[in-house]
Design a protein around this ligand. Structure first.
Ligand code: AP5
Ligand code: MG
Length: 191
C-alpha cells in the first residue's frame, strides 16, 4: 500500500494537491477537515461537536478525531493506499495512525510537508473566503489562530516522521502544476 501523509499549514495546498495524487496513484483521499464539514452539513452529533472547535480555529479533540479516522480507514476493503490530508495533527494522532495501519499490515511510506510562508497563506485563505463558505476562512483573526495552532501543536509532528526517516520537505510556492511535479518525483523515487 502507498500511504502518504500530506502535511502543511492552513492554505498550504493539501486539498488541491491531494486531488492530483489520488488520480495518479489511485489512492483514497482522507481529509479530516472535509469529513468534519460533511458531518456539520449533515447535522450529526459529531458535526455539532466538531463545529464548536473548527469555528474558532482550534483542534477537535484527539479522542474524537482518532476514532473517526480509524473507522474511515477500516471502511475501505482493498485500497491501493491512502492520502492523509490534515491528519495527523498531533503526536498522539501520529502514533494512533501507525497503530491502526499496523493492524492491516501497513504503514506510512512518506510525510510530504508543503512549506509556505505565513503571508502567502493568509493571502490564499482570504482570497478563498469569498467562495469556500467556510466560517474559519471568513475572519482574519480565526485564520491567525489556525496558523498559531499549526505552529504550536501540529508542526512538531514533523519530528515524529523525521525520527522514522520518512519526512520530506516540499517547496509549496509556485504554480499548482509545479508543486504537483515536485510531489510526483519524490513519491516515484521512494515507491
Ligand atoms: P482542514 O480542513 O484540514 O483545513 P486547514 O488545514 O486549515 O487547511 P485548508 O483546507 O484550509 O488548506 P489546504 O492546505 O487544504 O489548502 P487548499 O488546497 O485548500 O481543517 C479545518 C479544521 O478542522 C481545523 O482547523 C480543525 O479545527 C479541524 N481538524 C481537521 N483535521 C483535524 C485533526 N486531524 N485534528 C483535530 N482537528 C482537525 O488551498 C488553499 C487555497 O489556496 C485554495 O483557494 C487554493 O486554490 C489555493 N492554492 C493552492 N495551491 C496554490 C498555489 N500553488 N498557488 C496559489 N494558490 C494556491
Ligand atoms: Mg484542505
Amino acid at each position: 500500500m502507498l500511504n502518504i501523509v500530506l502535511f502543511g499549514p492552513p492554505g498550504a495546498g493539501k486539498g488541491t494537491q491531494s486531488e492530483r495524487l489520488i488520480e495518479k496513484y489511485n489512492l483514497v483521499h482522507l481529509s479530516t477537515g472535509d469529513i468534519f464539514r460533511a458531518n456539520i452539513k449533515g447535522e450529526t452529533e459529531l458535526g455539532k461537536l466538531a463545529k464548536s472547535f473548527m469555528d474558532q480555529g482550534k483542534l477537535v479533540p484527539d479522542s474524537v478525531t482518532i476514532d473517526m479516522l480509524r473507522s474511515e480507514v477500516l471502511k475501505q476493503s482493498t485500497p491501493n493506499g491512502f492520502i492523509f490530508d490534515g491528519f495527523p495533527r498531533t503526536n498522539a494522532q501520529a502514533a494512533a495512525l501507525d497503530e491502526f495501519l499496523l493492524t492491516i499490515d501497513s504503514s506510512i511510506l512518506l510525510m510530504l510537508a508543503l512549506e509556505v510562508e505565513e503571508n502567502e497563506l493568509k493571502t490564499r485563505l482570504l482570497k478563498r473566503a469569498g467562495v469556500s463558505g467556510r466560517a474559519d476562512d471568513a475572519d482574519p483573526v480565526i485564520i491567525e489562530n489556525r496558523i498559531r495552532v499549526y505552529n504550536n501543536e501540529t508542526a512538531p509532528v514533523k519530528d515524529y516522521y523525521k525520527q522514522q526517516g520518512k519526512f520530506v520537505s516540499i517547496d509549496g510556492i509556485g504554480t499548482i502544476d509545479d508543486i504537483t511535479q515536485r510531489l510526483f518525483s519524490v513519491i516515484d523515487e521512494k515507491n
